[in-house]
Write a protein that binds this ligand. Structure first.
Ligand code: BG6
Length: 486
């Protein structure tokens, strides 16, 4: 790898401390990046290089849980530099230019600009860089990573895409969704397309319904300023859950070439049935955890949902008529991200079941986190009990695969490495962002209209509002879990 500078806008922020710096440290330790990779943090807080390094050491340790040996950290810390400035100030970009020359030397370097800033500032940052001449490519490539949320609806996302494309080409633009960097999420591709047994079953003939759950035990954690204006649909559903749904439901790509995977995901999003705001009333449930309005930073009387569950359909040959249920919430009983494929029951019931009648459906569960792995529920004969059956769980846990001292890599490690390699497979293309907004915009319209009824409430530390179970009961289903949810 030739020399590369990662310029982090929002360099003193939570993401840099919690995720980006620990990811870079780990990449360096694993020798996946070398000492030719430098970081320049850019933010408004006053720091020099030394105090910036101290801030990141403490943040990476306290927020990011990084356990760095002191001498290894000291060696790593030399790569970090700082520029203090305001995004609206041309002089700050000139100062950044000077710092880059100092860090990169006369030979120049590749530059990865990381926008870990509020979406309203993305355009300003891109234009500031261009106007200061920092995006020209004569001494290396220039790429930009944009954190989510990308816009706040379809229109603003389109506008942002247009503005960014005035500075960066699409092949220079890496829109990040950190869920795609998770090991278990990438394993979905292997599970589906590296095994022959699933594909024949992966369709409307054998699948009854698909469920995607991302529940979090944490509340808004002091991020109410951002969260109250966003809510769960913008924060989680439009991006993380839609991306999971894409990987579960898309057609097989020709290869793992970035555009091949991204084309299939785009096809899937285009095939998702569009509900109108009125239709969404029957197909979605929103709720707020008790006490949310008392959180510091939440507007009095706020109706921002912290929980949502929705029913979607994919109008193509593979999935016609199969409901996809998506749900996500904060302040719930546990942290579970799980994808459930519930298969149809056998056509004939020959066996009696322990403690009941009917069938336990075959369920394939992909546990994205925390106990990363795969479960398959099948019916089996109960021991020494005639032909009485009960469900059993065949399972695989990633933790059993790890060698001594090995840990599952953090999503940001893979994504930073891919962006430096120029591999956009796990990043979101402009059209996908716009399609995903197009699906949820009517839902936001429905819930944000002045006539909307108040959201349901749910107790903190529960599995969410009762309306969520109702949504599935209407179709004769239940939320399922094989990895510890509810
Ligand atoms: C972020 C959201 O994108 O994802 C947060 O903004 C959320 O609200 C987080 O807590 C969840 O990520 P993970 O990796 O902890 O499941």
């Amino acid at each position: 790898m030739t020399k590369t500078t990662i310029v982090i806008f929002g360099g003193t922020g939570d993401l840099a401390q919690r995720k980006l710096i620990p990811a870079l440290y780990n990449l360096r330790r694993k020798r996946r990046v070398n000492d030719e990779v430098n970081v320049v943090g850019f933010a408004r807080a006053r720091h020099d290089d030394d105090s910036y390094r101290d801030l990141l050491r403490e943040g990476a340790r306290d927020l990011g849980g990084l356990k760095a040996a002191p001498e290894e950290w000291t060696e790593f810390a030399h790569c970090m530099h700082y520029v203090c400035g305001d995004l609206g100030d041309a002089a700050a970009f000139e100062e950044l230019g000077r710092k880059l020359t100092e860090v990169e030397g006369t030979g120049g370097a590749n530059r990865l600009f990381y926008f870990a800033i509020a979406p309203s500032l993305h355009r300003l940052a891109a234009e500031g860089l261009r106007d200061a001449g920092l995006t020209t490519e004569e001494s290396g490539w220039r790429r930009v990573i944009i954190e989510k949320p990308f816009g706040k609806d379809e229109e603003s996302a389109r506008e942002l895409n247009r503005a960014l494309h005035n500075v960066f080409r699409e092949d220079q633009t890496f829109r990040i969704d950190h869920y795609l960097g998770k090991e278990t999420v990438q394993n979905l591709l292997v599970l589906r397309f590296g095994n022959a047994i699933f594909e024949p079953l992966w369709n409307r003939n054998y699948v009854d319904n698909v469920q995607v759950t991302v529940s979090e035990a944490v509340d808004v954690e002091g991020r109410a300023g951002y969260y109250d204006a966003s809510g769960v649909v913008r924060d989680m559903i439009q991006n993380h859950l839609m991306q999971l749904m894409c990987l579960v439901a898309m057609e097989p790509p020709d290869s793992l070439a970035p555009e091949s995977v991204r084309d299939r995901k785009g096809d899937l999003l285009r095939a998702v049935r569009r509900w109108t705001p009125e239709e969404f009333r029957q197909h979605a449930v929103r709720a707020q955890y008790e006490g949310y309005v008392d959180e510091p930073g939440v507007a009095p009387g706020s109706v921002t949902p912290t929980y949502a569950a929705l029913r979607l359909y994919v109008d193509n040959w593979r999935w016609q008529g199969v409901p996809f249920y998506l749900r996500s919430g904060k302040a719930m009983e546990g942290k579970v991200s799980e994808i459930i494929i519930q298969f149809k029951s056998p056509p004939l019931s020959m066996f009696e079941r322990l403690g009941g009648s009917g069938f336990a459906p075959n369920i394939l569960s992909i546990c994205v986190q925390p106990d990363e792995g795969i479960h398959l529920q099948i019916d089996s004969k109960a021991v020494d009990a005639g032909f009485i059956t009960h469900p059993v769980d065949l399972n695989f846990h990633y933790k059993d695969e790890l060698r001594f001292g090995q840990e599952l890599p953090e999503a940001y490690e893979r994504l930073l490495e891919d962006a430096m390699e120029g591999d956009a497979s796990l990043f979101i293309r402009a059209d996908q962002i716009e399609e995903a907004w197009n699906i949820v915009d009517p839902l936001l319209k429905c819930w944000e209209s002045p006539e909307a009824s108040a959201p349901e409430t749910y107790g903190q530390g529960t599995w969410g509002p009762s309306g969520s179970a109702r949504l599935l009961r209407e179709d004769g289903f239940l939320w399922q879990t094989l990895c510890g949810g509810h």
